[in-house]
Write a protein that binds this ligand. Structure first.
Ligand code: UTP
Length: 291
């Protein structure tokens, strides 16, 4: 199958981040660092690794610093150069001219609405979505979106990252009604957003990465508010099942839910332990702390 290349990725970053208040009162949740890189930087790195050319950020009030993060920090760069300092830490923070688009979602009406705000920029081609607060940590060159793009080249259609969680956690997520499985691929027969306890069709959740066909924008155009009073992407995707191929992909790597405090601390600990500069120090400290 020759599927159309995925060139564009949408990063919805207009949410209020209420679970991290007061940290997120004036600072965007997506700029919170895991060790020393902001969540949004990991998300963009993952997209670049998967061959994405155009990054589309759906921002909102108080999120201007995300735009600044991907711009040139002229004074900083000049100063560091003058001092003979290494600038490699800034690698990947400057996106190629014309390859970053910042759009505003004036009201946080839900993830589905945020994605719909990108309809004119996405146009008539398949595209990826990355939720930056779902931090997917894969081996170098094997990030989550890279794995999904590889799968997409075989399946075409629509893909979501599918992840197993304990059954009692499903009520917080979009949940798959799974069909046949073949290796890392699982057919998606249905999707339900935040199922009431005891009603989830499986313990497979949608984990913050999507490759969707542009027709989803037409569905979102008339999508009514769903769970939590928000316009849900899951509901729009569910409406497309049966009209186009739909698969879940199992990610070979670790996922940290950095929208939750526990997941965010876990990500920091895991990444710190991997680091050459601070790993040994943190390991010793953690040992002392728990003994
Ligand atoms: P979340 O529900 O996890 O983010 O949305 P939130 O609303 O910011 O967080 P809490 O629950 O209040 O703590 C997942 C992603 O979708 C974006 C968020 O920025 C986040 O990256 N989002 C959500 C939007 O861009 N617009 C929305 O209307 C809702």
């Amino acid at each position: 199958m020759t599927a159309r290349t995925i060139r564009k990725a949408v990063f919805p970053v207009a949410g209020m981040g209420t679970r991290f208040l007061p940290a997120t009162k004036a600072v965007a949740k997506e700029l919170l660092p895991v060790v020393d890189r902001p969540l949004i930087q990991y998300a963009v790195d993952e997209a670049l690794e998967a061959g994405i050319e155009q990054m589309i950020f759906i921002t909102g009030r108080g999120k201007n610093a995300i735009e600044d993060h991907f711009d040139i920090a002229f004074e900083l760069e000049v100063m560091q150069k003058r001092r003979g300092k290494d600038l490699s830490a800034l690698e990947g923070t400057r996106l190629a001219p014309g390859n970053a688009v910042f759009l505003r979602q004036q009201e946080p009406l839900g993830l589905g609405h945020a994605i719909w705000c990108a309809r004119e920029i996405v146009g008539n081609e398949p595209f990826a979505i990355i939720l930056p607060d779902e931090f997917m940590h894969g081996a170098p060159g094997r990030g989550c979106l890279r794995q999904m793009v590889d799968a997409y080249e075989r399946t075409g259609g629509n893909l979501i990252c599918a992840l197993e969680v304990p059954m009692e956690e499903t009520a917080a997520y979009g949940v798959l009604d799974p069909g046949k499985s073949d290796g890392v691929l699982t057919e998606v027969k249905g999707l339900v957003e935040k199922p009431a306890p005891g009603t989830a069709p499986s313990n497979l959740i949608v984990a913050g990465r999507y490759i969707l066909q542009p027709e989803v924008m037409k569905v979102l155009e008339t999508q009514e508010a769903g769970a939590g009073g928000e316009i849900q992407l899951t509901d729009a995707m569910a409406a497309m099942i049966g009209t186009q191929p739909f698969h879940g992909v199992t990610f070979d790597g670790n996922r940290f839910d950095c929208g939750s405090k526990a997941g965010y601390i876990e990500a920091n600990l895991a990444l710190a332990l991997e680091r050459e500069d601070i790993g040994a120090h943190i390991r010793n400290f953690a040992r002392k702390l728990v003994c």
